[in-house]
Design a protein around this ligand. Structure first.
Ligand SMILES: C[S@@+](CC[C@H](N)C(=O)[O-])C[C@H]1O[C@@H](n2cnc3c(N)ncnc32)[C@H](O)[C@@H]1O
Length: 248
């Protein structure tokens, strides 16, 4: 098995356990327990949180609110990379309305199952969850208007491939609206080889400069990386950021 495959297996196993064993309130996970206060600090509104089934809110494991930044319009097709329990898919589904649709992609079968169960509870007709890897998206070329993602790309061992896939799947003029962990400084090889730290969304993170340059290298323009909160929220070696870019 390649080193990249080993990382993916560790991530899949960690999030599979999380999907099946998480109780309320959350005891573990990438970004810690999904308490109401924490989610408000991450940019969700009380109205948004109150409108979702409790099992969606408690399964949330992101580091920001990629749907809350005015990037999603009515009637659009939105793709959520690493959709987990589905919180951002559900919030995006309201923004695109009945004429639009939202597709969540996740590689962990237990997460896909959880999200589909949640979609049934929320009775949403314009959402769909597909099993797949963000390095090899199960989507047609040029089929999405907006790609969102919340604390997932830092978990990928091949970010260059993820960025090329995002570029392929977006239509010209399509946008990225991503919340992710960004490294304060490059991690050492030893740090990167610690599976627990990688699976906790820490040592898989790249620096702001690496992020911007990889997105530009994949063909994106108007690349913008903005720190959301002071670093140290999860771990002093990373900070949460909002990342946006456009496909020319
Ligand atoms: C930290 S959780 C975030 C879940 C969700 N975005 C949220 O905000 O609640 C990371 C999710 O990304 C998925 N994931 C991680 N690496 C992935 C990859 N390479 N391809 C597809 N899904 C991946 C995991 O299975 C997990 O559900």
């Amino acid at each position: 098995m390649s080193e990249d495959e080993k990382i993916k297996q560790a991530v899949k196993s960690a999030y599979g356990t999380l999907a099946t064993s998480r109780t309320i309130p959350l005891e573990q996970g990438c970004c810690g327990p999904a308490t109401n206060d924490k989610l408000l600090r991450y940019g969700y509104t009380q109205e948004e949180l109150g409108s979702l089934p409790e099992s969606v809110v408690t399964m949330s494991d992101g580091c920001g609110n990629p749907t809350g930044l005015g990037m999603i319009r009515e009637g659009e097709t939105v793709v959520d990379l690493g959709s987990g329990g589905g919180i951002d898919v559900f919030l995006a589904s309201r923004k695109v309305g009945p004429r639009g649709r939202v597709i969540g992609v996740d590689m962990t079968p237990e997460m896909i199952q959880k999200a589909r169960d949640n979609a049934r509870k929320a009775d949403l007709a314009n959402v769909e969850f597909r099993a797949g890897e963000i390095e090899d998206l199960p989507l047609e070329d040029g089929s999405a208007d907006v790609i969102i993602s919340n604390c997932v790309i830092c978990l990928s061992p091949d970010k260059g491939r993820v960025f090329r896939e995002m570029f392929r799947v977006l239509r010209p003029g399509g946008r990225l609206a991503i919340a992710d962990e960004v490294a304060v400084r490059p991690f050492t090889k030893e740090e990167r080889e610690n599976p627990a730290m990688w699976c906790s969304c820490v040592t898989g993170a790249i620096t702001e400069k690496e992020y911007a340059s990889a997105l530009t290298g994949a063909g994106f323009k108007d690349v913008y990386v903005k720190q959301l909160r002071p670093s140290g929220d999860m771990n002093p070696a990373v900070f949460s950021a909002f990342v946006s870019a456009t496909k020319p």
